[in-house]
Design a protein around this ligand. Structure first.
Ligand code: AHG
Ligand code: MN
Ligand code: MN
Length: 340
């Protein structure tokens, strides 16, 4: 009988610890707890429809969006996991207006802060379509042992120590980077472990998928409108037309394009001059993963990871995916300036 060596997420993160010369196991412990929360949320997502967890909880979050029960559940689980890790001193979450601080002395001494979109794609929960969790980890800049400050959370994306997402799809996967490539782990539900399934993910330089909410077409900047037409035109080498794919969960749209090659776009419009997606816990972690896999992420002009956030819930236009495709849309944007 053929046997396969299974590498679990926990083994993998412990092995990788040695890549960081001064590592003391703190980040390892924190990532381990991300895995635990992901498994708990996976379990709940899988039961959606069976138990009373669909629908809205009745409250609204900081952005005035109605919160789904699963949003709240995922938020609580990841907060608990971070507290349990004792390595995290504070959290920023899409679901909470202000930052969350842990008061116990171990956590206060923690070196890391955690930013998250606990449940991404929540409009897809009730209709059995893939959703996700996005996370981003920074080393604090304030002294250990003190209460974290806002500046800990408003660091540019280049300072990320780790970032990743969990996709609750046809299988549940955890994909993360610590700045040395991107690795993907699939949850084997029979043993309850995330197992290394996608080692050193690299995304194609050029893909054939474009992902954008074309319902907003008339409101897009001229450069983006023209790029969409370019995607739809036939070219001489039969690369185009590209196929259009849009799920409406950033995690799922990005994951598909990462694997197959493609571009995801969420531009600004006159009504939303900064677009929709949040810089700190949506764009930055996804941009870090994209770059680590050989792709690119910009706001149409500037590298996402170099933007210094001014607010926790700041939004940014977002273009991410295969390098050639992101560079092409940037070209269109540059050649068609408008005042959006
Ligand atoms: P969230 O569910 O965390 O609020 O995020 C939803 C986001 C993102 O996942 C997705 O790419 C985008 O909203 C979809 O927006 P549209 O419905 O405007 O296309
Ligand atoms: Mn989201
Ligand atoms: Mn969300």
């Amino acid at each position: 009988m053929k046997t396969y060596r299974i590498i679990t997420l926990n083994e993998f993160i412990i092995e990788r610890q040695s890549e960081f010369p001064y590592a003391k196991g703190e980040l390892t412990r924190l990532l381990h707890h991300v895995g635990i929360a992901a498994k708990i949320v996976h379990k709940k997502v899988n039961k959606a429809g069976l138990v009373d967890i669909l629908g809205e909880v009745g409250s609204t979050n900081v952005q005035g969006e109605s919160q789904k029960k699963l949003d709240v559940f995922a938020d609580e689980q990841f907060i608990w996991a971070m507290r349990a890790s004792s390595e995290c001193c504070g959290i920023a979450s899409e679901e909470n207006e202000g930052t969350i601080y842990f008061d116990d002395s171990l956590s206060k001494d923690g070196n890391y802060i955690f930013c998250m979109d606990p449940l991404d794609g929540s409009s897809n929960i009730d209709v059995n379509v893939s959703i996700g969790t996005i996370f981003s980890i920074y080393r604090r800049v304030s002294p250990r042992g003190t209460k974290p400050r806002l500046e800990d959370f408003l660091q540019p994306g280049v300072q990320q120590v780790a970032a990743g997402y969990v996709i609750y799809g046809s299988s549940t996967m955890l994909v993360y980077t610590t700045g040395k490539g991107v690795n993907g782990f699939t949850l084997d539900t029979s043993i309850g472990e995330f197992c290394l399934s996608h080692e050193q993910i690299s995304t194609p330089e050029q893909g054939q998928l474009y992902s954008i909410n074309e319902g907003n077409y008339v409101h897009f900047p001229m450069g983006v409108k023209k790029y969409i037409k370019y995607c739809q035109e036939k070219d001489d080498d039969s690369n185009r037309p590209y196929s259009s794919r849009y799920i409406g969960s950033l995690v799922a749209d990005f994951h598909r394009n990462l694997m197959k090659g493609g571009i995801f776009m969420y531009p600004q419009t006159a009504a939303s001059p900064q677009g929709k997606l949040r810089l700190v816990y949506e764009c930055n972690p996804i941009a870090f993963l994209a770059e680590q896999a050989g792709g690119k992420a910009t706001d149409g002009k500037q590298r996402i990871l170099e933007i210094v956030p001014k607010h926790l819930h700041e939004r940014s236009p977002f273009y991410v995916g295969s390098t050639n495709m992101v560079e092409k849309v940037e070209e269109f944007i540059e050649q068609n300036p408008d005042n959006l």
